[in-house]
Ligand binder design. Structure first.
Ligand code: AP5
Ligand code: MG
Length: 220
């Protein structure tokens, strides 16, 4: 099963990709997490990407596409991509990479949510910078404030969750990523999900929807 998640910042892509990994063993490829890890490790990619991420803009296609090519070399045939593709050029590159491997994409899941809810979710999000696991002080708090339930380490607020950067990220999504909705709808791969429902209810809807979108004969 190969799935990509499309949706605005704060829609719950990372939360749901983690659930698909835990429940069905799909590998999670989160471009945001990989780029942040590169930033922390001060790699050349991390240094180049940080400038854009700090402003809430997209990292240039050629850097992100090369990064995904490298990730796919390490990946088994089942995965969920959280945060890639984000432009039509990235989607076309992904189709080419998957065609070359004989791995068709089963579904592109679109997370629908309204702007006011996304702004609130991002303002109340806390993240484990070591694993990418997120919490929310309003809807999904950790057992101890500021501490990750899983590794007992400190939680942080992401640098790009400042209100002015969130506004830019939402505008960038509308301008550069929304055209992908049509790209996947046209090819019959789009599955739409109401991302305003509870985490558990969204997880159930995704499992049902992608189960029926699966390529005949393919396995999870
Ligand atoms: P990235 O890290 O991918 O950020 P994003 O797309 O802006 O999305 P987020 O991670 O903010 O939100 P999410 O949908 O994962 O929500 P989450 O599950 O955390 O990218 C960051 C940057 O990297 C980009 O701006 C860009 O610069 C660069 N980049 C990355 N990929 C790129 C690419 N392909 N091309 C170019 N540049 C790229 O949930 C949010 C909060 O809500 C959490 O607190 C969570 O607990 C809570 N929550 C989740 N679901 C629910 C629910 N159903 N009900 C209530 N609360 C919920
Ligand atoms: Mg995320």
């Amino acid at each position: 099963m190969r799935v990509v998640f499309l949706g605005p910042p704060g829609a719950g892509k990372g939360t749901q990709a983690r659930i698909l990994h835990e429940r069905f063993g799909l590998e999670q490829i989160s471009t945001g997490d990989i780029l942040r890890q590169n930033g922390a490790a001060e790699t050349e990619l991390g240094r180049r990407a940080e400038v854009y991420m700090h402003r809430g803009e997209l990292v240039p296609d050629e850097l992100v596409i090369a990064m995904i090519e490298a990730e796919l070399r390490k990946m088994p045939a089942g995965f969920v991509m959280d945060g890639f593709p984000r432009t039509v050029a990235q989607a076309e590159a992904l189709d080419r990479m998957l065609q070359g491997r004989g791995w068709p994409l089963d579904a592109a899941v679109l997370f629908n949510a309204d702007r006011a809810v996304l702004i609130e979710r991002l303002a109340s999000r806390w993240t484990n910078p070591r694993t990418g696991r997120t919490y929310n002080v309003l809807t999904n708090p950790p057992k101890r404030a500021g501490i990750c339930d899983e590794d007992g380490g400190e939680l942080i607020q992401r640098d790009d969750d400042r209100p002015e950067t969130v506004a830019t990220r939402l505008d960038v999504y509308d301008a550069q990523t929304k055209p992908l909705i049509e790209y996947y709808r046209r090819t019959g791969r789009l599955v739409e999900i109401d991302a305003l429902a509870s985490v558990e209810s969204v997880a159930e809807k995704i499992a049902t929807a992608i189960g029926s979108a699966q390529t005949p004969g393919a396995r999870w």
